[in-house]
Design a protein around this ligand. Structure first.
Ligand code: DLL
Length: 432
């Protein structure tokens, strides 16, 4: 068990005092070491030394993904690279990734927060944890791995994919906790049922799912098929990765690790705070990050802060499951995809018109994305061989750019719907 009672069950007053102290230290750190913040503070006449109450948070600037992009790769780091022990990255809006770094201490804190989330979900050192998130630049695999190890659990770092092997290992190694995206949990469940495996006979007890949106209906389906208690956990690379918030066994919202992250909910248009209980965009300020602190980061994720106390004893504020995004970012097979990335690829390929549409469906719980691409008339009536070569070329380039395989279909010029205003680039048919 990884139960930090002195932090997870604090009174609001003590928590706010801790947050204020940590925020003051963070402001000092970014003003001293990150030119972006130093300049923005100067422009906005923010005096980081004169910061006396949490209410003053609203006078601080927001940070957006675009700001991070403009400081690619290391411009937002608050420590020299020699103090950075790990680098991760997430996809950016125009093909440029957002690079994030961690000091030794950041990694230690990260593991602790993930261990908290795992404990809240019910795990202990007696568990055998199968981590079916990708290991690599994505924060999911390593983030959960370090947390589970700190907890003392037995970790199986199987990484993502290879469903039959996952199932074999789950049976043979007596996995008790599955960690992956919720949609992949259903793929595993359905494959097992197809294979005639009695899921009741598995050792599986827990499922920690995150990295993509899901619903209560999906939770119910996973519960019924795998006979486990699925819990939701949330995070994002720009803030840390997994470990930002997670559900406890009550399954009534995700406890936010507020001693490390200060949250606000704002109206995405006016940027004014929303009324208590209303849906708003989650804005997060990191309180302990050394290598990559961020001030008022606009996550683009929509959620609600939940009222009342949780029977589990944690006093940390709960948020509802993420209900959607305020931008056009899609999460396909757990991978973040921006339509603008597709546009960039097509722009570089001769013969394609700058009109495309991405259609996302869910078949057998698996995401399937098809990009419809308008091609010049001459090409459309060209021989099949040429068309096929073009499809392959686009597929290959898209796979490299997006990190996932997508289908490509060529369509005639002007056949995709044109609208007066914003063109409809995305058709998301997934019902989750
Ligand atoms: O997905 C970190 C993570 C890994 C969280 C494993 C949980 C488990 P990114 O790749 O940067 O980081 O994507 C972050 O994914 O802004 C949300 O839009 C979405 N997201 C993450 N967790 C959830 C969730 C990781 N539980 C983006 N529910 C975020 C809904 C989620 N959406």
């Amino acid at each position: 068990m990884y139960w930090e009672e002195s932090k997870e069950c604090m009174t609001r007053e003590d928590l706010e005092q801790l947050q204020l102290e940590r925020l003051q230290a963070t402001l000092f750190r970014v003003a001293t070491h990150v030119p972006f913040y130093r300049n923005t503070f100067r422009k906005m006449k923010v005096d980081p030394d004169g910061f006396r109450s949490l209410a003053e948070l609203r006078s601080l600037p927001y940070t957006t993904k675009e700001d991070l992009r403009q400081n690619y790769p290391y411009g937002m780091f608050a420590v020299p690279l020699r103090d950075v022990v790990r680098v991760h990255a997430s996809s950016g809006t125009t093909g440029m990734a957002t690079v994030v770094g961690y000091t030794k201490n950041d990694i230690k804190n990260w593991a602790g927060l993930v261990a908290r989330v795992l404990t809240a979900a019910g795990l202990t050192k007696d568990d055998v944890v199968q981590i079916a998130f990708g290991y690599g630049l994505f924060t999911g695999g390593f983030g959960l791995h370090y947390g589970a190890e700190l907890l003392g659990a037995s970790v199986i770092p199987i990484s993502s994919g290879n469903t039959r092997r996952q199932i074999q290992i789950m049976q043979d190694f007596k996995t008790t906790a599955l960690v992956c995206t919720p949609s992949y949990a259903l793929v595993l469940a359905d494959t097992m049922l197809e294979m005639g495996i009695n899921t009741n006979a598995l050792s599986l007890k827990y499922g920690l799912f995150g990295a993509e949106p899901w619903s209560e209906a999906m939770r119910q389906e996973i519960r019924n098929k795998l006979h486990i208690t699925p819990t939701d956990n949330y995070g994002l690379s720009e803030i840390m990765g997994p470990g930002v918030a997670g559900e406890c066994r009550e399954c009534n919202g995700l406890h936010i690790n507020e001693d490390h992250f200060l949250v606000e909910l704002v109206d995405p248009d006016t940027l004014e705070p929303v009324e208590p209980g209303e849906v708003g965009e989650l804005v997060i300020t990191t309180l302990t990050k050394e290598a990559f602190p961020v001030i008022r980061y606009r996550t683009r994720d929509l959620t609600r802060l939940l009222p009342g106390v949780c029977p589990c004893g944690r006093t940390l504020q709960r948020m509802s499951r993420v209900m959607g995004r305020t931008d056009d970012m899609l999460i396909i097979k757990g991978v973040n995809v921006f339509p603008s990335q597709i546009e960039n690829v097509l722009f570089e390929i001769e013969g394609t018109a700058p009109h495309y549409q991405i259609v996302v469906e869910r078949q057998d719980h698996q995401d399937k994305a098809t990009v419809l691409v308008e091609v010049n008339e001459s090409l459309f009536f060209d021989e099949m061989k040429k068309q096929r070569a073009l499809v392959e070329e686009i597929k290959k380039r898209l796979a490299t750019e997006l990190g996932i395989a997508v289908e490509v279909r060529l369509v005639e010029e002007k056949s995709l719907e044109r609208t007066e205003g914003k063109s409809k680039r995305v058709v998301d048919k997934r019902k989750i």
